[in-house]
Design a protein. Sequence first.
Length: 341
Amino acid sequence: MYFPISDVTANPWLLVLVGFTVGVCGGFFGLGGAFIATPALNILGFPMAYAIGTDLAHIMGKSLISTLTHRRLGNVDLRAGLILVAGTFPGVEVGAQIVMRLERLGLEGATVRWVYFFVLLAMGLFMLREYRLVRSHLKRGEPERAAALLRGEGGWGERLRRLPWRPVVSLPASGIQGISVWLLLGIAFTTGLLAGFLGVGGGFIRVPALIYLAGMPTAVAVGTDLLEVLVSGAYGAFTYALKGRVDVLAAILMLAGGAVGSQIGAFATGYVQGYRIRGYLAATILLTALSVLSKQLGFQVVAYALLFGTAVGASALIVLALAGGVRAARRQTGVAAPSGR
């Protein structure tokens, strides 16, 4: 199919597949999924600026569906979400302006891909380390230490939360008695900057930040982040559309698949333990980083196989986890009631 806005010819079914797999992963991990979708669009032939703008438009629609589903499951902290939104807009605009400047210099493709790679690598290794520590504590029969690690206790994140930076707000939906508004705004601005620069919702940074810095339960961090992804995606799509870098037809095809996938991913969070969600996310991020590196080094086929293999594999794993969780819940209670957190 020919996409006249971006002047690209691509397979529309691959765009639907990207939307579905990203929807499953996004609803499950609390991400817009652009760390998969933006490189996928670029690999399919969309110039980087168009890949970023188009995916931000796709993020906006898909995240609305996922946020409403998580809201019904009780996984959205509206108070925290509103504070995060306030810090997102300036960060998104700064990131978008940097990309436009790089585009004028002809440097946006390589620069964005290298930044992608190093950010994904750092976050993936960090989350993988945390996942292995939690598993180690559980295997040694130390559930209290594992639970404390999952809550972000005892680390530098807890020390940041205790600093007397006023004003301080309580977040009852997250079980947090007091946290600095400035800490939440700092998280929002930084991830907003990444959203504008990398064409992502910023969730692969924000979810770990909300868990380890803000101390949110994993499921609540996922749901709250999707609210933030919705807003940052909407604003990002708007600012890129003003610059003529959104291919609406491609975004609609991706959203068609994402609308179904996001429902599956969101419900799966009720049946998977929080530390396992982090482990799945770490593996997905690291494999995506390898795909981006392959693209940058000129190994197009390897990048293509890694990216779509990761997306399809992660989606299949999430669907299987949901099916297994539903069966287990029915055996135990006779009613498939998700845990919510």
